[in-house]
Design a protein around this ligand. Structure first.
Ligand code: HEC
Length: 109
């Protein structure tokens, strides 16, 4: 049984890593990484901090999708000094924006 669990864990590992890598590639392709990193503030807040801030907030997914589509400011002023988040729709497809927000929100789970 132990061996089985271990085999499963090893089998799942590359999958998890590949998914995160695909999401990061999408973020890079979409231009997000010019201002964001997972673990530190760049121009925008660290995505890990964004995830922690909205953890357990059921409305966060919808509002963050809107925010990435239309841009906005005022939620991270103490971190960013008031720099706005630019609008990304229609430059980035809606489905990609949803994938990116799910990736960001999933970081603190
Ligand atoms: C030009 C710099 C810049 C780029 C490029 C950028 N962001 Fe941001 N982002 C910001 C700033 C600045 C904030 C903080 C805005 C605020 O204070 O409300 C932010 C905030 C966010 C937030 C948190 C919003 C909130 O209300 O808490 C998310 C999620 C986010 N960005 C995702 C993305 C995604 C996904 C992309 C790529 C499609 C992206 N950002 C590209 C600068 C950027």
């Amino acid at each position: 049984m132990k061996k089985f669990a271990l085999t499963l864990a090893i089998a799942a590992l590359p999958f998890v890593a590949t998914t995160a890598q695909a999401d990061l590639d999408l973020a890079k392709k979409s231009g997000c990484l010019a201002c964001h990193a997972v673990d530190k503030k760049v121009v925008g807040p660290a995505w890990g901090d964004v995830s922690a801030k909205y953890k357990g907030d059921a409305d966060a997914r919808a509002s963050l999708i809107e925010k990435v589509k239309k841009g906005g400011k005022g939620n991270w002023t103490e971190v960013t000094g008031g720099v706005p988040m630019p609008p990304y729709s229609p430059r980035v497809a809606d489905a990609d924006i949803e994938t990116l927000v799910d990736f960001v929100l999933g970081l603190a789970q």
